[in-house]
Write a protein that binds this ligand. Structure first.
Ligand SMILES: CC(C)(COP(=O)(O)OP(=O)(O)OC[C@H]1O[C@@H](n2cnc3c(N)ncnc32)[C@H](O)[C@@H]1OP(=O)(O)O)[C@@H](O)C(=O)NCCC(=O)NCCS
Length: 163
């Protein structure tokens, strides 16, 4: 299924694609689950993407399946020494197709283990984000610890390539 999937680095996006991603990121169903849940201005979004050119520990991708833009996956705190990375994802809020989360998850795990060659994939998710937590559990992510961010409970999860 992943044969027709394309990961487009944010630094290679057209202006139209950058604007589309911002529309998703500012959508209420997406931003409610992000640590920064404020509306992001286009100028800040474009500046952020510009900074990614100089970053070696962060990668953001727009994911395309055939002709559909299906979501975003990102890898942050990529650490070659500890062979670990954090990751995040969100699906296109305007595409009402079931199963997109699974595809994004599969592609993220494959990219992390095969291309980034990390052994541990970490994520943080708000405890009320049942949909995302169910998805992560299906892919064998295990709860490591809990913490509070913005007065909300956050679950820290990890997937170890070797377990
Ligand atoms: C998390 C997200 C990517 C999941 O995408 P999705 O397309 O809804 O997920 P899928 O349809 O592939 O479903 C995957 C699994 O999620 C879970 N799930 C889906 N809808 C659910 C619901 N309403 N309630 C509980 N779990 C649900 C199920 O375990 C499902 O597995 P199944 O297909 O075997 O039932 C998407 O909801 C999203 O972008 N959410 C907003 C951003 C976000 O929360 N990102 C994660 C931040 S940590």
């Amino acid at each position: 299924m992943s044969n027709n999937i394309n990961l487009i680095n944010f630094t290679d996006l057209t202006l139209e694609e950058k604007k589309m991603v911002l529309l998703w990121r500012n959508h209420p169903t997406i931003k409610q689950w992000m640590y920064n849940s404020d509306d992001i201005l286009l100028e800040n979004h474009l500046n952020f993407i510009e900074t990614l050119n100089e970053c070696t520990d962060k990668l953001y991708f727009l994911v395309k399946r055939d002709d559909d833009y299906i979501g975003v996956v990102d890898f942050t705190n990529i650490d070659k020494e500890s062979k670990s990375s954090e990751f995040g994802l969100y699906s296109n809020p305007f595409l009402k197709i079931a199963g997109i989360g699974r595809i994004l998850e599969e592609i993220s795990i494959a990219y992390a283990f095969q291309t980034l060659k990390v052994s541990i994939l970490k994520l943080e998710v708000f405890a009320e984000n049942e949909k995302a937590i169910n998805l992560y559990k299906k892919f064998n992510f295990k709860e490591i610890t809990k913490k509070i961010v913005n007065n909300r409970e956050v679950i820290c999860m990890e997937l170890n390539k070797f377990s």
